[in-house]
Ligand binder design. Structure first.
Ligand code: NDP
Length: 328
């Protein structure tokens, strides 16, 4: 039997962590044939709660789960890890300026990047979920100079899944009928859910919907602001759907995208589509042999260009802000 794969989850005692850990333990992150060892990182005040979750994981008697350890020290938590899911982050609280939020998160993601650099396995794959996810991923990546930059990603898969669900509802089809939907830019309200290249049962989604006003005025804001809608209706932020998307992101990264389709992930830009090099921005990506690749050669019309540029401008501003704070 192969060695278990080490998976580190930060913020393990949080809402998303609670939904995520049981999905990982049941073998859905990498495939049911792979054994997983969970390494949970929490702040000292929450390690006891994480230990409680570890007891529940034990009670799940999961065949794929080879063990659970709880840490409050990033160096230990990332030692030998193959997959890191960075969920814990400092939420924006009332009256907090953006600079304060970025600074607080710099204090979390800088040492985590350093710990990944120092001790993670050579095949490490990192997914940042904690917000502001793209810039937190950039901070961690910049402090891991020995790790190939393309191992650092941020999650826009929930936005992608939300877009699929909205389109499937509008068109009265199953999500499987849809291909080539894209989320561009930042995982924030400026993100651009794009159907220009999307197909439904092989035909253009735009033609099938034939309603540009719905796409521009309902679909795009609905997807971009879905998080706020969930909070309003559920009385708490989305957690299980975020956990589910994190599972999808890593599963696709490891196992590949289907022929003729792509997904969305925030990856380090190589300058494609005018997105400044080095920014961690969402693109249409395929996955093969454990690597994401940005889909090349797509035609970008004026409507898309304006929206991609607006979201990327926000990422540039965030990068400038963390540079000024000395976080990168
Ligand atoms: P959640 O588990 O609900 O959320 C965790 C992070 O995921 C937040 O930054 C949240 O952003 C983000 N997120 C990204 N996408 C989504 C989405 N679609 N829906 C909801 N959230 C999303 O937070 P909790 O407060 O329940 O738990 C956080 C845990 O992290 C706590 O246990 C805390 O102790 C821990 N923590 C651990 C750290 C560490 O390990 N070093 C550092 C800091 C915190 P947003 O806030 O914008 O919703």
């Amino acid at each position: 039997m192969a060695e278990p794969i080490n998976v580190t989850v930060t913020g393990a005692a949080g809402q998303i962590g609670y939904a995520l850990l049981f999905r990982i333990a049941s073998g859905q992150l990498l495939g049911a044939d792979k054994k997983v060892k969970l390494r949970l990182l929490e702040i000292p005040a929450a390690t006891r709660a994480a230990e409680g979750t570890a007891l529940e994981l034990e009670d799940g008697a999961f065949p794929a789960l080879a063990g659970v350890d709880v840490f409050d020290n990033p160096k230990q938590a990332f030692e030998g890890t193959n997959v890191a899911l960075l969920v814990g982050a400092r939420p924006r609280t009332k009256g907090m300026e953006r600079g304060d939020l970025l600074e607080a998160n710099g204090g979390i993601f800088k040492p985590q990047g350093e710990a990944i650099n120092a001790g993670a396995a050579s095949d490490i794959k990192v997914l940042v979920v904690g917000n502001p996810a793209n810039t937190n991923a950039l901070i961690a990546q910049q402090h891991a100079p020995d790790v190939p930059a393309d191992r650092f990603t941020a999650m826009t898969r929930l936005d992608h899944n939300r877009a699929l669900a909205q389109l499937a509802g509008k068109l009265g089809v199953s999500v499987e009928a849809l291909k080539k939907v894209t989320i561009w830019g930042n995982h924030s309200a400026t993100q651009y859910p794009d159907v220009s290249h999307a197909t439904v049962n092989g035909s253009s989604v735009r033609d099938a919907i034939n309603d540009q006003a719905w796409l521009a005025d309902e679909f795009i804001p609905r997807v971009a602001k879905r998080g706020a809608e969930i909070i309003e209706v559920r009385g708490a932020s989305s957690a299980a759907s975020a956990a589910s998307a994190a599972i999808d992101h890593v599963y696709t990264w490891v196992n590949g995208t289907a022929e003729g389709d792509w997904t969305s992930a925030a990856v380090v830009s190589d300058g494609s589509y005018g997105v400044p090099e080095g920014l961690i921005s969402s693109f249409p990506v395929t996955a093969k042999d454990g690597r994401f690749e940005i889909v090349q050669g797509l035609e970008i019309d004026e409507f898309s260009r304006t929206r991609i540029d607006a979201s990327v401008a926000e990422l540039v501003e965030e990068r400038e802000a963390v540079r000024k704070l000395g976080l990168i």
